[in-house]
Write a protein that binds this ligand. Structure first.
Ligand code: G16
Ligand code: MG
Length: 220
């Protein structure tokens, strides 16, 4: 069996989810309201403008399109300040070992992220060289849960959807992988990520053999 792996970035390979949360929280607070951690879960994997719309809606705040552009730019400037200080130490447990093991076995690897900052993050954390294809927020027009990001990743790897495994920490991302007809490993819990094929707290317990078996069992 040939498999191909498509990794989400924030919350799967690197610990940037916390920086998104801090920057959005600061923005909401500056507008006079706050949102909960449960609400923050819903923002994971969702692109920047859609996230802003959801947050403004929670605060019952209305803004013009031009004001929204400004707010999104402000949030991003705070976020970029934080990720500019990132280092290899913020690569999540198990990520490096799994990427190395996949590479050693000649398995193709793509990035499937909603982020427009993926280039900077991959550079700061020295992960860029692992990827055969990068599909991020600059390359797609629709946000997860739309499957576009993963379908494009599979195309660039020349892989059939049935051979792909997506790694996701976001409910929207798991839904996108299901819509793309791909196997999906949830980094998190079944409660937060309904519909994934398997769940892990991070990538450290995942083996190449386990991944091959997952793809086999899904299509037998
Ligand atoms: C990530 C985060 C989302 C974020 C989105 C856009 O997606 O999970 O919370 O809103 O990227 O990021 P940016 O503002 O940097 O373009 P993923 O798909 O990598 O988890
Ligand atoms: Mg994510």
């Amino acid at each position: 069996t040939t498999i191909a792996c498509i990794f989400d970035l924030d919350g799967v390979l690197v610990d940037t989810a916390v920086y998104h949360y801090q920057a959005w929280k600061k923005l909401a607070n500056s507008l006079g309201f706050d949102f909960s951690e449960a609400q923050n879960e819903q923002l994971k994997g969702v692109n920047r403008m859609r996230s802003l719309d959801m947050i403004l809606n929670w605060g019952r705040v209305t803004k013009t399109a031009a004001e929204k552009e400004e707010l999104a730019t402000l949030k991003n400037s705070w976020y970029v300040d934080m990720i500019n200080k990132m280092s290899v130490s913020e690569v999540l447990p198990g990520s490096l070992n799994l990427l190395k093991a996949l590479k050693a076995q000649g398995i193709k690897i793509a990035l499937g992220s909603a982020s427009k900052n993926s280039g900077l993050i991959l550079e700061r954390t020295e992960l860029a060289h692992f990827f055969d294809a990068i599909v991020d927020g600059n390359a797609v027009t629709t946000s997860k849960p739309d499957p576009e990001v993963f379908i494009k990743g599979a195309e660039l790897l020349n892989a059939a959807a049935a051979d792909c495994i997506v790694f996701e920490d976001a409910a929207a991302g798991v839904q996108a992988a299901i819509a793309a007809d791909m196997a999906v490993i949830g980094i998190g819990t079944a409660a937060n990520l309904p519909g994934a094929d398997e769940y892990y707290k991070d990538l450290s317990a995942i083996t190449v053999e386990g991944l091959i078996n997952l793809v086999k069992s899904k299509h037998s």
